[in-house]
Design a protein around this ligand. Sequence first.
Ligand SMILES: [Zn+2]
Length: 350
Amino acid sequence: MNSISVIVSRNRAGVAMKKAIRINNMISAVIIAHVIYFRKRFPIFGDSAPRRLSESKDTAAIYLLSVYLSFYANLIDMPELPEIETITRVLSPELEGKEIVDAAVMTSSVIAHPSPELFIKSLIGERFATAERRGKFLILNLSSCRLIIHLRMTGSLVVVPSAFPVRKHTHLVLKLSDGNELRFRDVRRFGRLWLMQNGENDSWSGISRLGPEPFGDEFSPSYLSLRCSKSNRAIKEVLMNQSIVAGIGNIYSDEILFSSCINPLRKASSLNMEEWERLVATIKERLLFFIEKNGISLEDYQKSEGLEYRNTPYLQVYGKADEPCPVCGTKLSRCVIGGRSSVFCPHCQK
Ligand SMILES: [Zn+2]
């Protein structure tokens, strides 16, 4: 594929992303309107509330808003396994062996564990060892602890010289011994970081609840068929369930089901053994394909501020509703499964 078509495809994905954010903003506006309504309707939220309750009214409203927003945030497609793998591979050589000489947290809410003060104190003096991926999590192993990062929707990580201006929405800066800085930036602030000491039980980040990695031996047709033998959920929902298999989201579940010729709406329990075998083989093959295609130089990665690393030129169906199927030419259909927009070919996928 030449560079122009890559740019065109990336722009198309950019438009899709902007559209998704617009929808999210619309949903947010509706929620805010509801919160205002409830504040008027019920005394605890209303201006007529007794004074001692007035402090709690805003807290309650903000809490409601954040619960709704965090729920709807999950509706926006976020980086999945191949993208996190890319970030791990790109950043790993930049960090390995470097010591953290200083740390600054600008937005404490992105630090999920421990307290921001302890987070900073624990990190200073630590040296980066290896970087690894688990599902959609990035894990940076240090001398005596590990930094776990979930980028969610718009989070990004870059390593830049400390002289580079700090961009707006930068929430964490780790100053490294070589004069560079690792910076975490997130426009919508849904990304989270956890710092776990070696030996500390991780009941915080959610990693302990993840299912097997798709490339491991544990993830086999018999494992999947056994886990789903009684499931009435759509197969697409099953693939996106992180406790069944780690790392697959809305984008790659569409791509995987298209390549497996399986309709995303099929009940998981309706798949036969031949289909499970085909599906598992396709999951491994497609994810490896996208990881390989995702190769990006450090220079390009940094230039895009750690955000332009998606596989958009190679996607076959995701985001292409109403376009012709790349195999048979039938118009691709769109449906909503588990609250997520899904695209499939009604002719090829049975
Ligand atoms: Zn087709």
